[in-house]
Design a protein around this ligand. Structure first.
Ligand code: FES
Ligand SMILES: [Fe+2]
Length: 470
């Protein structure tokens, strides 16, 4: 008997075989639901009062909420997987995570990019253990089961030892339900019922294109992926990149001083920077100063661009705003900074830890020395030891450390900047747009998080844990 749902036997999935000797457990018995296996869900609204701008910091440390996030925020959402330039030819692969699920992203023989749960169907070993590479197939290092680039099980050592009803067609890799590409950024979702990526991005795509569509040839990743671990909940970083220009002047004061020609820092100008903040009902957010002479910070990158041409291509509103200085998060955990060329994922690793993965994105048409200049500029500022990155990581880790306290967790936090100020439209920018200094996009991020946390995901409405496959 199953100790979890009380079933007498579990029959094989996808074979239709109901005889007692089959022992796979991918389908519950008639009349039972896999929902019995899901723990009860908490009301995420109990931790947030978006309308009053008050947040309970337990959302960053509670293990139950974290597990609920994995099944209701990460499992149903579109998540960034890779840049297409990482997979130029058939057989190229890249391993990453969707939530805490490992996945391998691979370009097939038909040139289609697919993604699979990176675990062998035999005993659950991690199938592909390399970060990236090129292969003809994936062979498990435990007992040698082999899978082709389309996820089919194509080699089973000692296959004659298996019973007649063993069919390799039943034991292919679990495929990510939908994989789509927006201007080179490849996203995937486990949710077969998800809207198309472009619909899930909504107005955010217009802001992203200020970064991704500066050149007709598009973008590519320069060099590899930089990864590091931070002691902090993933939402601390995602929320900040969606919404928080407010911290720049204080948290990065030393860095700004170092970078200023006078050595005293452009503090006053930064504090009074006029700018706009975009808030999406889908949880995305972006903020950027607005200035007719917005320019790339790195001299080589700045000199590479013809700003008049960029205005023709993208329009003045984008060139003067979201194309250069600014920040953005695509809900839930993909962020970027155009001026630094950094794109990044805040991978959740438990409620109190994240793994930061960053890439440097450049225009394909840039001369090699300009690409390298952008890469070095990013490393100096937002690499793991970058002068800005360290300030942010320090703040997030300290917030996380404080969140361990009993009294701390009964002391709510303020997200009221901009609340009730009705500046939510700007004819130059799509979507809901207001002042740069505001918590609007943070409130939007958490409102989306709350709504997903309180909505049963597609897999909770099916009778099998695989939902879309059975
Ligand atoms: S776990 Fe992969 S072949 Fe056994
Ligand atoms: Fe920062």
């Amino acid at each position: 008997m199953c100790v979890t749902c009380g079933a007498q036997t579990h029959r094989a999935a996808r074979t239709g075989n109901t005889s007692e000797e089959t022992v796979t457990i991918t389908e519950p018995p008639a009349g039972r639901s896999w929902r019995a296996h899901s723990p009860p869900s908490a009301d995420a609204g109990a931790y947030l009062d978006i309308e009053r701008g008050v947040i309970d910091r337990r959302i960053w440390k509670d293990e139950g909420l974290y597990q609920q996030e994995l099944r209701r925020v990460f499992a149903p959402s579109w998540l960034f997987l890779a840049h297409e330039s990482q997979l130029p030819k058939p057989g190229d692969f890249f391993t990453t995570y969707m939530g805490e699920d490992p996945v391998v992203v691979v370009r097939g023989k038909d040139r289609t990019v697919r993604a699979f749960l990176n675990t062998c169907r035999h005993r659950g070993m991690r199938l592909c253990r390399a970060d990236a590479g090129t292969t003809r197939n994936f062979t498990c290092s435990y007992h040698g089961w082999g899978y082709d680039l389309s996820g089919n099980l194509v080699n089973v050592p000692n296959a004659e030892a298996y019973p007649d009803h063993f069919d390799t067609a039943d034991w292919g890799l679990r495929e990510v339900a939908r994989v789509q590409n927006h201007r080179g950024l490849v996203f995937g979702t486990w949710n077969p019922e998800a809207p198309d990526l472009i619909e899930a991005l909504g107005d955010m795509a217009w802001y992203m294109d200020a970064f991704l569509d500066r050149d007709p040839e598009g973008t590519e990743v320069v060099d590899g992926v930089t990864k590091w671990v931070l002691e902090g909940n993933w939402k601390l970083a995602a929320e900040q990149f969606a919404s928080d220009w407010y911290h720049v002047n204080m948290a990065h004061a030393s860095a700004l001083m170092v970078m200023s020609p006078t050595g005293k820092g452009p503090k006053t100008e930064i504090a009074n920077t006029p700018g706009r903040q975009f808030t999406s009902p889908l949880g995305h957010g972006a903020g950027f100063p607005v200035h007719p002479r917005s320019r790339f910070d790195d001299a080589a990158v700045h000199e590479h661009y013809d700003y008049d041409q960029l205005r023709e291509r993208l329009g003045s509103a984008r060139v003067e705003g979201p194309m250069t200085t600014g920040h953005a998060t695509v809900f839930p955990n993909f962020s970027y900074l155009p001026v630094n060329g950094t794109i990044r994922v805040w991978h959740p690793k438990g409620p109190d830890r994240m793994e930061v993965w960053t890439w440097v994105l450049v225009d394909k048409n840039m001369p090699e020395e300009v690409k390298q200049a952008q890469r070095r500029y990013n490393l100096r500022t937002f690499g793991p030891s970058g002068i800005f990155e360290q300030d942010d990581g320090e703040n997030w880790s300290e917030i996380q450390a404080v969140s361990r306290g009993f009294v701390s967790n009964r002391t709510p936090l303020n997200y009221q900047m901009g609340l009730g100020i009705h500046d939510d439209h700007d004819p130059d920018y799509p979507g809901r747009v207001g002042e740069l200094y505001s918590d609007n996009a943070a409130r939007g991020f958490y409102a989306r998080w709350r709504d997903l946390m309180n909505t049963p995901a597609w897999h909770e409405n099916h009778t099998t844990p695989e939902g879309d496959r059975d």
